[in-house]
Every structure is written in structure tokens, then in C-alpha cells.
Design a protein around this ligand. Structure first.
Ligand code: AMP
Length: 283
């Protein structure tokens, strides 16, 4: 499979497709692909003659003490997975291609970026919004596919897409999990066998919170207490947050009313690995 390296070539491919009336689906990724990414690629391929998968480890969404340098990179295996998932094109630009000398623009989406991941990873969502904007300009998709795994990111991207008037439909697909409930993530590769053994506790905490809501719990604080209790009883997690929020805004959820959409979100560190996960439930 031919790997597109430049924005100019990517735009040419997109222009040619459009001229021939073929629609374009895109799946932005940072590579090190797993079955969660594959589900997005397959869904795009079932709707669009062109499915472009971008593989780009975006430096601007990593903080200075985060894992940009050691983030797993495996382009050959990624290309194989993209081919097996019926992706048609790979866009794998260099950092210099996306951020040429003198690059001075940053896109800031206010509001939803100030809490949770935004509060714990300052500047993270500016990096995400900026790179997604650049990727959209390059890939010119009709539809872009994102995972619910990164729930806050999907809200930021939807806001940015609407505000800047990109003619792109944003589609969010469910989180793919291992059999024991652990959300698939490229960062799971960092976990030691012992950490991997404990990691599904995050999902157990989310499920317990969701069950409490379905049994009629109306206090957001109590739901959060349930998640903290399960996470801390393992004695191995450093919890950044375990919260119940209003589904579409991620504002804190104080009282839960029947019919409310509640987002349960956890970020916790196991050793040096930081994991995030969420469930969205209707009360
Ligand atoms: P990443 O390579 O981690 O930046 O992820 C690229 C896209 O794949 C994002 O839209 C993620 O939300 C999505 N994704 C990551 N993990 C999963 C998963 N376990 N299930 C579904 N989508 C996922």
C-alpha cells in the first residue's frame, strides 16, 4: 500500500476522488493500531470508497513530561492492519510536514477543554484541535471517525468542526475492549504483567457506577464515591479523576434525574502508565 507523506499529495488524492464522485472517510490515529482503530476503519470502509487512515504521533498534544518520545511506533504493522481492515490510503506525514518552520497557529476550543483531561494535561486539546484541523485540510474527508474511548476529545472535535464550518460529519463509535473489559489502547503496551492484571479494575469501577445509577442512585457524589472506592481498594492506582458528568457538556453532575445522560469518566495511573476510560449511561 502506497504511503502518502505530503499534504500536497494527500490533497491531490482527495481532489481526484471528489472529481470522480467518490466520498472520503477518514480515521485520524497516532498509529500503534489495535482492534479499536480497526473498528473505525472498517466502519468508514463500509460507507466510503476511500478510507484514509492518518498515522501521526502529534507532538503538540503531549506535555513536556509526557510520553511523546517513547510513544510506540510501528508503521509496517499499522499498514498491515489498515489493509486488513479495508482502509484504502495511509497518510503518514512527518512532524516537519505538519508543523513547518515558523508554524505559529494554535486552535483553542474554550469551555469543555478546561476540565478533566484539559485540566490534567494543559495544552493537550489545543494540540488535538490544531492537528485535526490540519488533517481535515489535508484529507478533505466527508466523514471522520473517532472513538468514544476519548469522549472529551470527540466533544472538542465536534465543537471545532462546527465552529470552523468544516463540511465533515463526525461519527463516534463505541469503545472496543479486551475480554476482561480493559479498553484497548496503544498505551496498554506499557503495562507490566502485574499492572495489566489490575488494569480492568477501571472498567469494573465504571460498571459498578453505571449499575448504581440504573438502580436509582440520584447523587453524583455517591456515584463518584463508588468509583473511588473500587479504584483505591486495589491499592495500585493513582486516580486523577473518577467523576459523573452531564453527558454532552461534561459539567459536574450533582443530582441525577431519570432520563439524564450521564458520562462516567476515569483517568488513573498504574505505575508510569496513565489510562483513561468512560461509559455513558442514561439514568
Ligand atoms: P489514538 O491513536 O489513540 O489517537 O486513537 C485514534 C482514534 O481511535 C481515536 O478516535 C480514538 O478514540 C480511537 N480509539 C482508541 N482506542 C479505541 C478503542 N478501544 N475503541 C474504539 N476506538 C478507539
Amino acid at each position: 500500500m502506497h504511503i502518502i507523506k505530503t499534504i500536497a499529495e494527500m490533497q491531490q488524492v482527495a481532489r481526484d476522488a471528489r472529481r470522480e464522485g467518490r466520498t472520503i472517510g477518514c480515521v485520524p490515529t497516532m498509529g500503534s493500531l489495535h482492534d479499536g482503530h480497526a473498528s473505525l476503519i472498517r466502519e468508514s470502509a463500509s460507507h466510503h470508497p476511500l478510507t484514509v487512515v492518518s498515522v501521526f504521533v502529534n507532538p503538540t498534544q503531549f506535555g513536556p513530561h509526557e510520553d511523546f518520545a517513547k510513544y510506540p511506533r510501528s508503521l509496517d504493522a499499522d499498514v498491515q492492519l489498515i489493509r486488513n481492515s479495508c482502509g484504502t490510503h495511509v497518510f503518514a506525514p512527518t512532524v516537519e510536514e505538519i508543523y513547518p518552520e515558523g508554524f505559529a497557529t494554535s486552535i483553542h476550543v474554550s469551555g469543555v477543554t478546561e476540565v478533566l483531561e484539559g485540566a490534567h494535561r494543559p495544552g493537550h486539546f489545543d494540540g488535538v484541535a490544531t492537528v485535526v484541523c490540519k488533517l481535515f485540510q489535508a484529507m478533505r474527508p466527508d466523514e471522520a471517525y473517532f472513538g468514544q474511548k476519548d469522549l472529551q476529545q470527540t466533544i472538542v472535535v465536534q465543537r471545532m468542526t462546527k465552529d470552523l464550518g468544516f463540511p465533515v460529519t463526525i461519527t463516534v463509535l463505541p469503545t472496543r475492549r479486551d475480554d476482561d473489559g480493559l479498553a484497548m489502547s496503544s498505551r496498554n503496551a506499557y503495562l507490566s504483567p502485574d499492572e495489566r492484571h489490575h488494569a480492568p479494575t477501571i472498567y469494573k469501577a465504571l460498571v459498578a457506577a453505571s449499575r448504581a445509577i440504573s438502580l436509582g442512585e440520584t447523587s453524583g457524589r455517591e456515584v463518584e464515591r463508588i468509583m473511588h472506592h473500587i479504584l483505591t481498594s486495589d491499592g495500585v492506582f493513582d486516580v486523577d479523576y473518577a467523576v459523573a458528568c452531564v453527558g454532552d457538556t461534561l459539567a459536574p453532575c450533582v443530582t441525577i434525574h431519570p432520563g439524564d445522560q450521564i458520562a462516567l469518566l476515569i483517568a488513573a495511573r498504574l505505575g508510569t502508565t496513565r489510562l483513561i476510560d468512560n461509559l455513558v449511561v442514561t439514568a
